[in-house]
Design a protein around this ligand. Structure first.
Ligand SMILES: [Ca+2]
Length: 118
């Protein structure tokens, strides 16, 4: 019998986020935004959507047990619609060790988020 203890592995935590939208897409000119998150193409989850809100925020915390330094974190901001949701923009970046507040500026909005890799 032997047991295995995984010591020193890296672990990614992603904390979502707030958004300022510049091009809201529903009929009231408001966004119904939510955010999907991947680490190296592994889907890590998504936030709930915030209806009719051009400055939404979320407090979701997503854990990525296998997310490491130099992996690529990808966030997609989506606008919920009745039938087909629209992708507003995406943010990608390579992860560094430590805790970071990130601002992603895109033509349709600015996304603020935080991640930690340790
Ligand atoms: Ca919408």
């Amino acid at each position: 019998m032997s047991s295995h203890v995984d010591v020193g592995s890296t672990f990614g935590v992603y904390q979502c986020c707030s958004l300022q939208t510049y091009e809201p897409t529903n009929s009231q000119n408001k966004a119904d935004a939510y955010v999907k998150v991947w680490c190296n193409d592994v889907f890590g989850g998504m936030t709930e959507h915030r209806p009719d809100q051009n400055n939404p925020w979320w407090s979701a915390e997503l854990n990525f047990p296998n997310c490491k330094v130099d992996n690529t974190l990808k966030l997609e901001v989506w606008d919920k619609d009745l039938f087909f949701d629209d992708k507003m923009f995406a943010c990608t970046g390579k992860l560094k060790s430590g805790t970071y507040d990130v601002t992603c500026i895109a033509s349709k909005g600015t996304l603020y988020y935080k991640y930690r890799v340790y």
